[in-house]
Ligand binder design. Structure first.
Ligand SMILES: Nc1ncnc2c1ncn2[C@@H]1O[C@H](COP(=O)(O)OP(=O)(O)O)[C@@H](O)[C@H]1O
Ligand SMILES: [Mg+2]
Length: 289
């Protein structure tokens, strides 16, 4: 069998994708220059770039939420406008419905899709449990901390079982420790195959976040946005067996879902660099402009 036959088929493919906006003087400002990009199954992809460089614009076009000015997006080889892919996005601002409870927020997208009440409740309760919100089903968003609100955001996105989970700066509004915990929990859901999602596409301006989470990092330059670098993360994650002792250097006293315990057993020996050192190296090699 030739190598071409064994290459995985992309779920999403952007071909010469561009975005420009009209200006008051009648001219157009180009935000995204002609970009080719493919999203393959089995990967967490981080789209890394400075604020305002065009990350959200690119994400919206990949999901079909925003039309391209030129070029096209294909899902499974079909133009996204014909396909209406099963997309869900986790936003930085959580974007919860304040008048709905946790359970009702999570159920909302299933209700919108016409799922019968019993089935949507069952599915919602399962995912609420998976994101650690068991017992908070009847709480309203105003009663929750930022981290818990974003757990609801993640549950609401996952409940529709999206083929690709899109996340737009999902942890940026959280304090450092909460963000780290939620990253660890997301990795646990992914690495333990607790979610049927086939790929995760996360937009971030945080180099360490990209290094810790992603299998593949795409660095976006700006004015207009273009792919500056696209490479596999040098960090290989393997799951610690549940019974394995916490690696002494990383012992942090936090619960088992802490991202540190997701490190390979032989940390730091089997990782060539620590995330911080890898992040520092990426920032030197790939200045984001
Ligand atoms: N509707 C719009 N009209 C004009 N310019 C826009 C519009 N939406 C976004 N932009 C511009 O596009 C650029 C990229 O925005 P965005 O994709 O939100 O960046 P990022 O997500 O990387 O912070 C910004 O300079 C922003 O001002
Ligand atoms: Mg943005």
């Amino acid at each position: 069998m030739s190598a071409a036959n064994t290459a995985p088929t992309p779920i999403i493919e952007a071909r010469k994708l561009e975005k420009s906006y009209p200006q008051p003087d009648g001219s157009r400002i180009q935000v995204i220059s002609a970009t080719d990009l493919a999203v393959y199954p089995g990967q967490i992809i981080a789209l890394l770039g400075a604020s305002g460089c065009g990350k959200s614009t690119l994400l919206r076009m990949l999901t079909g939420l925003s039309p391209a000015s030129a070029g096209a997006v294909y899902w499974h080889g079909q133009p996204v406008r014909d396909e209406s892919p099963n997309v869900s996005i986790v936003f930085q601002s959580f974007a919860l419905f304040p008048w709905l409870t946790v359970l009702e927020n999570v159920e909302a997208p299933l209700e919108a899709r016409g799922m019968p009440p019993i089935e949507r409740r069952k599915r919602s309760l399962r995912i609420i449990d998976a994101v650690g919100l068991d017992g908070f089903e009847t709480a309203y968003p105003k009663e929750l901390s930022g981290g818990m609100k974003q757990r609801v955001g993640v549950a609401r996105a996952l409940v529709v079982e999206p083929e690709v989970l899109f996340m737009d700066e999902p942890f940026s509004a959280l304090d450092v420790l909460t963000a780290e915990t939620l990253r660890g929990e997301l990795l646990e859901l992914w690495l333990d195959h607790k979610i049927p999602t086939r790929a995760i596409f996360i937009v971030t301006h945080n180099i360490e976040e990209a290094v810790v989470l992603a299998d593949r990092i795409i660095v976006l330059g700006r004015n207009p946005a273009h792919i500056h670098a696209d490479f596999r993360s040098p960090i290989i994650r393997t799951r610690l067996p549940r019974s394995a002792p916490t690696v002494p250097e990383l012992s942090c006293g936090r619960k088992s879902s802490c991202c540190h315990t997701l490190a390979p057993v032989a940390w730091p020996a089997s990782w060539k660099f620590s995330p911080t050192r890898v992040a520092a190296r990426i920032s030197i090699l790939s200045p984001m402009n």
